[in-house]
Design a protein around this ligand. Structure first.
Ligand SMILES: [Zn+2]
Length: 135
């Protein structure tokens, strides 16, 4: 009977590996969708910004509000571009088979964390550490 239990344990481990694989494939699909969506958004927003550059502004009040709108738009663009590069990095790591490992300490990042944040490249501990350092 002890032998049987050992056999079961091995099988369970293999299954866990398969599940991990399926999980990574699922995240890859989510990441690609998200990447395309963000790319689309960035294109639209860049177009908007280009069009608004041609505006003739009536007075200083208009100018002030226009500037605020544009700086908000630029800020959103910046955030989206940062997210896009994180997603591309995660997709690259999936291709290299290095996905899910912390880039700082090399420890596996928890599945819960990856599920919540598919493009995370740092484990919770290293993320906290980098935030403490001001990152
Ligand atoms: Zn780490």
């Amino acid at each position: 009977m002890a032998q049987d239990r050992g056999e079961n344990k091995r099988r369970n481990k293999e299954l866990a590996g398969d599940r991990q694989d399926a999980f990574v494939q699922e995240l890859k699909r989510i990441l690609i969708e998200k990447r395309d969506q963000i790319r689309g958004n960035i294109d639209l927003e860049l177009n908007d910004l280009r069009q608004s550059e041609g505006h003739h502004l009536a007075d200083m009040e208009d100018l002030a509000s226009e500037t605020t709108d544009e700086s908000t738009a630029f800020h959103i663009l910046e955030l989206e571009q940062a997210e896009l590069s994180q997603i591309e990095r995660a997709l690259q790591l999936i291709e290299e088979g290095e996905y899910g490992k912390c880039e700082e300490c090399g420890e596996p990042i928890s599945i819960e964390r990856l599920r919540a944040l598919p493009f995370a490249t740092l484990c919770v501990e290293c993320k906290k550490e980098s935030e403490r350092r001001g990152g």
